[in-house]
Design a protein around this ligand. Structure first.
Ligand code: ADP
Ligand code: MG
Length: 453
């Protein structure tokens, strides 16, 4: 495919200026293919894995149209509606749209459950061209009369497969019925399925289809390994993995809310700075946890699938599956949290005796076996509550660093984080590495770790 630029895609100047400020130089493949179709007014079914740039793919054409036509929303009557499955994802799309539209006077707002509805109502009352919403709160505020969907011209369903998984199909149908039938609709999903096909048939009008990933595929830039661990040893195995050199920013996935809390407590007890994010947490707690993780005050985020979907945070070096997901597709979504936007990443999965079937399903889906990580489990200490330092010094750790040149930078931030970064009783080489424990890549490549013993 020929390389197009955003300018050659006929986007208006305020959007081009914003994209330039954001450092977006060339459109990603899904953007290259979706933008012209959406700008021509087609309905669209987009299939693309995470991290491919779907947000701009659907947001830029609607921003462009609203800007070009000089459209202005009346109070409570948005012109564009974007549905997302979770609060986090909705806020992220909202933030992205604010960035893209920074040079325009287009107003966007965001509503989701679990937060006080009054500020949301006030913003709707003022009027916003673009509304990003989770289905539940949207239905709720509509039913209370704080919002009308009768002026919506653009509808987007982001992460539609997840919306379906979460049981929103009924809400989506009801919402669709409130919209004018003349609207333009785009539906994006990481995976294709019977259900997505059915939803498309219901929502889309003679859609064009754009698919940048042939069905399956775990992101190619991710080094994946599995580690067979008995259930009772998982926590300890996790601590050992976290202790590895290249691990600097990591999401640990558990299957249940309860497990995410339990794992987090034990990490904190071992002096590691972690926080949990799951559906039981208040919206405030979830936002705070994400912020801490984003900023680097915590370098470990322990998450359930629901809470982590679509989260786009740079510099996540590792994803660790403490437990394999119930549904194989979620494995792909989970590991897609690392290796965002051209980075590389590592995914490790702790697999116990009850998870063999799940593992097989995942390997079938990604069409490749996940190679085992060679770490000797006999070295795991017997007690879960007393994680001890690594049994043997790792050879590659003593390799001298290229130079201390950058050591002065960011002292404040280091000071704040250092005490919680690792246990104090580690060797000097580990200590010196702590100094670099920041969000930016450190000197060693993730691949090295996966080969090490
Ligand atoms: P998806 O929704 O497909 O998972 P996102 O829309 O969240 O992907 O984009 C993933 C990351 O890539 C984001 O950090 C986004 O800012 C960045 N990105 C998107 N499009 C471009 C582009 N054309 N050039 C550079 N970075 C981009
Ligand atoms: Mg997305």
């Amino acid at each position: 495919m020929t390389q197009s630029t955003f300018a050659s895609l006929q986007l208006c100047q305020p959007l081009l200026t914003a994209l330039d400020k954001l450092g977006f130089q060339t459109p990603t493949p899904i953007q290259q293919r979706s933008l012209p179709l959406l700008m021509e007014g087609h309905d669209l079914l987009g299939i693309a894995q995470t991290g491919t740039g779907k947000t701009a793919a659907f947001a830029l054409p609607m921003l462009n149209a609203i800007q070009d036509k000089g459209l202005r929303a009346a109070k409570k009557r948005p012109l564009a509606l974007i549905l997302a499955p979770t609060r986090e994802l909705a806020s992220q799309i909202f933030e992205d749209i604010r960035q893209y539209s920074q040079e325009t006077s287009i107003r966007a707002t965001c509503i989701f459950g679990g937060a006080n509805q009054n500020p949301q109502i006030r913003r709707l009352e003022k009027g916003a061209e673009i509304l990003v919403a989770t289905p539940g709160r949207l239905m709720d505020l509509e039913a209370q009369g704080f919002l009308s969907l009768s002026a919506v011209q653009y509808l987007v369903l982001d992460e539609a497969d997840r919306l379906l998984d979460m049981g929103f199909i009924g809400d989506i149908r009801k919402i669709a019925a409130m919209l004018p039938s003349t609207r333009q609709t785009a539906l994006f999903s990481a995976t294709m399925s019977k259900e997505i096909r059915a939803l498309s048939a219901f929502l889309l009008n003679q859609p064009q289809q754009v698919s940048v990933t042939p069905k399956q595929v775990a992101v190619a830039k991710i080094t994946q390994h599995k580690l067979a661990v008995p259930t009772a040893k998982k926590q300890e195995a996790l601590h050992q993995l976290l202790n590895r050199d290249a691990v600097r920013k990591v999401i640990v996935f558990t299957r249940t809310k309860h497990a995410s809390e339990r794992v987090t407590k034990k990490l904190l007890k071992a002096g590691l700075s972690a926080s949990a994010i799951n559906g039981n947490k208040s919206q405030n707690a979830r936002t705070r946890a994400l912020e801490r993780f984003k900023k680097g005050s915590d370098w470990i985020l322990v998450a359930t699938d629901v809470a982590a979907r679509g989260i786009d945070i740079r510099g996540i070096s590792h994803v660790i599956n403490f437990e394999l997901p119930q549904e194989p597709e979620n494995y792909v979504h989970r590991i897609g949290r690392t290796a965002r936007a051209g980075e590389t990443g590592v995914a490790w999965s702790l697999v116990d005796e009850t998870e063999t079937k799940r593992l097989k399903d995942i390997e079938r889906l990604i069409k490749q076996p996940i190679p085992p990580l060679s770490i000797d489990l006999k070295e795991l200490p017997p007690s879960e509550d007393q994680p001890t330092p690594e049994p043997a010094p790792r050879q590659n750790e003593s390799a001298p660093a290229p130079g201390p040149a950058k050591k002065d930078k960011g002292t404040d931030e280091r000071k704040r984080k250092r005490p919680r970064r690792r246990k104090p009783n580690q060797g000097p080489s580990a200590q010196s590495k702590k100094d670099d424990a920041k969000r930016k890549p450190r000197r060693r490549k993730p691949q090295k770790v996966s080969q090490g013993g």
